[in-house]
Design a protein around this ligand. Structure first.
Ligand SMILES: Nc1ncnc2c1ncn2[C@@H]1O[C@H](COP(=O)(O)OP(=O)(O)OP(=O)(O)O)[C@@H](O)[C@H]1O
Ligand SMILES: [Mg+2]
Length: 364
């Protein structure tokens, strides 16, 4: 996967941008607030996923303008493709001149992995961030997964609504059997996919961490079930979910929330046996999050047969020169976009093949 050209019009603070990147490592420099993260975000939107920055699609439209427009020419599966994304109240997408039903339909067409300071939350924040990490990786690997997740969330909302109704009127309790069944069925599909994904990521992430840290610490990832028996495979997971949902039902009715299921589970990240969230240094946490992202890229490459584009926003902060150089040298044979404020960082890149540009030069 390679971006050949990107044009942006009225995208956040980028009024007009025309960018022809190199095939390898591209470093984009510029002061704070110039629009580097916006550029990274604009490439990310071609994955069909939501922005990692805002919840509302329309936030990317330049203030007081009606529409943002992005045009990308990219190389995928030995073919050159053209995609257009326009955003007004919603996202719209076009691929090779054909309108898609929604912006989400780009999923699987253009694959990339983004690592920004916001992604440090995978290590630093609560379980939701780690679930989101697996969900985004899986959505790009299997666009059907994103659909299953939407369905799961709908069933969960319906079960919670039934719990609220049942608290005041016990006749609703009978309906819970139906929701438990559906939630356990769909939940087992999601959990099974997440467990397999984590299992495949493990190997890549641990070796990436080992290299980034020059073997100073070891990374361990472990899937964490919540309030149910450990289980392997879809059928066993389904059975453990059904049993746990029944066991927790009275408490769920009292509190009107579903306490068991895919929406509560996560995985732990440990460095040399200690929780990275609670005990890791800033640089170690960044290295762990980055290793997970590089592993995600390896996994996508293995599954699709094509290296995804890699977006690294402000990745050099808090990494010592040795770790920085490792990152760039490990990514030599892929197309990578790295943003940074400080060109001084680049002295460490001597001997590596990188194209360095200032963001101002790309604005037309
Ligand atoms: N919808 C929008 N319309 C216009 N400007 C916007 C919009 N959304 C964000 N901005 C502006 O875009 C500017 C650049 O943001 P961005 O985060 O890309 O900068 P950056 O170059 O990554 O800076 P830093 O080095 O601090 O990370 C900000 O000043 C922000 O106010
Ligand atoms: Mg930024």
């Amino acid at each position: 996967m390679k971006v050949l050209n990107l044009k942006a019009y009225d995208y956040r603070n980028l009024a007009r941008l025309d960018y022809t990147p190199g095939e390898g490592v591209n470093i984009i420099c510029g002061e704070n607030g110039l629009g580097k993260t916006n550029l990274i975000e604009s490439i990310w939107l071609f994955t069909g996923c939501r922005s990692f920055r805002s919840v509302r699609d329309k936030d990317v439209v330049m203030f007081s303008q009606p529409q943002a427009r992005l045009e990308m020419e990219f190389h995928s599966g030995n073919r050159t493709k053209n995609a257009v994304i326009t955003v007004d109240e919603k996202r719209h997408a076009e691929l090779n001149g054909i309108s898609l039903a929604s912006g989400r339909k780009m999923m699987g067409e253009f694959t990339c992995v983004a690592f920004t300071p916001l992604h440090l939350s995978i290590v630093k924040d609560g379980p939701e961030e780690r679930r989101k990490f697996l969900d985004i990786a899986l959505s790009q690997l299997k666009p059907k997964y994103a659909k299953s997740l939407l369905e799961y969330n709908k069933i969960l909302a319906q079960r919670n609504a039934t719990l609220r109704a049942a608290r005041d009127n016990p006749s609703f309790l009978a309906m819970l059997d139906i929701w438990d069944e559906e939630l356990a069925q769909k939940g087992a599909v999601i959990i099974d996919s997440r467990m397999r994904c984590l299992e495949s990521l493990k190997e890549y992430a641990c070796s990436a961490y080992d290299e980034i840290s020059s073997g100073k610490e070891t990374l361990t990832l472990r899937y964490k079930e919540y309030a149910r028996e450990k289980a392997q495979g879809r059928q066993e997971i389904y059975e453990s979910l059904i049993a746990a949902l029944r066991e927790k039902r009275d408490g769920d009715v009292d509190r009107c929330i579903t306490s068991v299921g895919a929406h509560r589970e996560e995985f732990s990240i440990e460095l040399s046996g200690k929780s990275a969230r609670n005990f890791g240094s800033q640089g170690q946490q960044r290295s762990a999050a980055l290793s997970l992202k590089l592993a995600e890229a390896d996994l996508i490459a293995k599954a699709t047969g094509e290296e995804p584009v890699i977006l690294l926003d402000d990745v050099f902060s808090e990494l010592d020169p040795q770790r920085q150089k490792y990152v760039v040298s490990r990514l030599q044979n892929r197309q990578v976009f790295i943003t940074c404020c400080d060109e001084e960082n680049l002295v460490h890149m001597e001997g590596l093949n990188v194209k360095v540009e200032r963001l101002e030069q790309l604005e037309k």
